[in-house]
Ligand binder design. Structure first.
Ligand code: OXD
Ligand code: MN
Length: 586
């Protein structure tokens, strides 16, 4: 399938290391994928679901100890610890290679090596990047075939070039204590061992499109961000694009596929999804920031996805989808998860494959259970989805899950202040990674698990991009859909009604909406957010937009502590922003 010398030499080297029984190149043809699906069903790796109700859909269960990203076992193996920075685990590259090769050695014995050529971004686009993943898992092949563009065309687009990313995945025996997800940014290499969970093994996604790509972006003058991309069309048919960064499992997929409230729908508003997780952004010929989604599918969190919260995501999963760690409805041979509907199946297996009693109080689906669905299934997929130059971004939005501190929405004073706003993002942790859930942690730009180099330099890169963009830079905002009242209830309805906030954001970009200055930035004027048809009073909105000086003074002290981590790599612009914030809070 290829005569590329660098590719063939590396495959040979890896073959000698892992010792497979055979090697299969993934050509991307439906016939080959279908044969692999059949083989996975035969071995029990996947279960074929009801062809009438869920055509082309499958269920897979991971090992019980392997259900989320393992941040504690994810390493940036740069030459120096300093290059990886204080927010990454670091391992010396020579030691890491030795350890990983010892684990990988002979691990494909009795297994097949699948060679997956894949493109992040449309095949052949000058902005796309190519990777090759070697894996011993059919589940990985089939997921990669949904999440990226795979096959022969990718080798054609690569030609003789040496500009591609190496990725070796070895399932081994799924041993937790020998699980490592390692990145070698200086070698364009990723090695993942002893896991079968998507975020750890679909190497095009977090490993390449964020960790390696963020490093490439810094060196080449572009940005790889943990952001959804959506287009908001107004009744005049004009579409404005927003890129938004939220930590994992904080609603990026829901926002990216939002259905406007009825009133807005009737007026002709529409939301178009370009991407739900990752944005690669470059400065275009016109000097504006342009974004592409390098992925080709959605690896979404299943629990909570339903006809109300995200009908578009649900529709996307009705064919050609792989479900992981959800409930198996045995009567219908379909799937179920908490929050899908109020009718949990009576005759069912839980995510572990055990008989499940829906009234027994235990969750049936894992909280981080997932669907891998083709982007083309999404009813609101943007017509620009496959565009190689991407879409021009008007606004960048940061957000997290904060019970109290952050108001519903605020705008930064300018790009530099916006970078500060992104750098001080904090959010309650979710089930997308192993570890405690609901603990507030700093997560600058939602990139703490994904920045492939020193985060102080990453902030500097953001500031640099702002300088290059000048007055063409998108405006920067922060949102928080998760504010709680004193009784612990959500104060903002969220979901489709978030469009009311997006409207204010886009109006601000066009200088059309009023705002009130607060110590942290600009919040909407009293009547700035349309509340018609909502069960939210003016008083509640005022509360939602309130900036509590006491909370923010504590926040500022905490930011000061957090910033100390970055030492002299913290850009002085950000310390200056912190000083100004403290002064404004006095
Ligand atoms: C994801 C994540 O899967 O952020 O997108 O964990
Ligand atoms: Mn993500």
């Amino acid at each position: 399938m290829t005569t590329n010398k660098s590719v063939l030499a590396w495959i040979e080297e890896m073959k000698n290391l892992v010792n497979p029984d055979s090697v299969v190149f993934i050509d991307g043809s439906e016939a080959q994928l279908e044969a692999l699906r059949a083989q996975a069903v035969k071995t029990g790796e996947m279960i074929k679901l009801n062809e009438e109700k869920l055509p082309g859909c499958y269920l897979h269960r991971t090992a019980v100890n392997d259900v989320a990203r393992v941040e504690g076992r994810t390493f940036i193996c740069a030459k120096t610890k300093e290059a990886a920075g204080p927010t990454n685990n670091w391992m010396d590259p020579a030691e890491a290679y030795k350890m990983l090769y010892d684990i990988a050695k002979g691990s494909y014995a009795g297994r097949t090596m699948y060679v997956i050529p894949y493109s992040m971004g449309p095949v052949g686009s000058e902005f796309s990047k190519i990777g090759i993943e070697l894996t011993d898992s059919i589940y990985v092949v089939l997921n990669m075939a949904i999440m990226t563009r795979v096959g022969e065309d990718v080798f054609k687009a690569l030609g003789d070039s040496e500009d591609w990313i190496k990725g070796l995945h070895c399932k081994c025996n799924i041993e937790e204590e020998n699980r490592y997800i390692c990145h070698f940014p200086e070698d364009n290499t990723i090695i993942s061992v002893n896991s079968g969970y998507g975020g750890n093994v679909l190497l095009g996604k977090k490993c390449f499109a964020l960790r390696i790509a963020s490093f490439l972006g810094k060196n080449e003058g572009w940005m790889a961000e943990h952001m959804l991309i959506l287009g908001l069309e107004n009744p005049k048919g004009e579409i404005k694009y927003i890129a938004a960064a939220f930590p994992s499992a904080c609603g990026k997929t829901n926002l990216a596929m939002l259905i406007p409230p009825e009133k807005y729908r009737k007026m002709g508003y529409k939301v178009w999804c370009v991407g739900d997780d990752i944005a690669w952004m470059r400065i275009g010929e016109d000097g504006r920031l342009w974004a592409v989604n390098p992925e080709n599918g959605f690896f979404g969190v299943a629990p909570g996805t339903n006809v109300k919260s995200n009908p578009n995501a649900l529709s996307s999963t009705q064919s050609g989808t792989i479900f992981t760690n959800v409930v198996h409805n045995l009567d219908e041979n379909t799937v179920w998860w908490e929050g899908l509907d109020k009718n949990p199946p009576k005759n069912a297996l839980n995510w572990k494959g055990e008989k499940w009693d829906c009234e027994g109080g235990e969750k049936g689906a894992h909280p981080n259970s997932r669907f891998t669905a083709p982007a083309k299934n999404c009813p609101c997929i943007s017509s620009e989805f496959d565009s190689s130059k991407g879409v021009p971004i008007s606004a960048i939005v940061f957000g997290g899950r904060r019970a109290k501190a952050a108001p519903l929405v605020y705008q930064s004073r300018d790009w530099q202040h916006g970078v500060f706003v992104g750098s001080v993002m904090a959010s309650e942790t979710t089930a997308a990674a192993t570890g405690a859930v609901g603990v507030v942690r700093h997560d600058p730009m939602a990139m703490i698990p994904f920045c492939g180099y020193h985060m102080g330099e990453y902030f500097a890169h953001w500031l640099e991009m702002g300088k290059k963009l000048g007055d063409k830079a998108p405006k920067i905002f922060n949102v928080n859909w998760f504010r709680l009242d004193d009784e612990g209830n959500f104060m903002w309805p969220g979901f489709g009604d978030n469009m009311r906030v997006l409207n204010w954001i886009l109006d601000r970009c066009e200088g059309k909406a009023d705002a009130v200055e607060t110590p942290i930035g600009y919040v909407p004027a009293a009547d700035g957010i349309d509340l018609e048809g909502l069960d939210v009073s003016k008083e509640t909105l005022a509360e939602l937009l309130n900036v509590d000086k006491e909370i923010w003074s504590a926040e500022a002290a905490d930011i000061e502590e957090f910033f100390k981590k970055f030492g002299d790599k913290l850009p002085k612009e950000l310390s200056a922003e912190l000083c100004e914030l403290k002064a404004r809070l006095k």
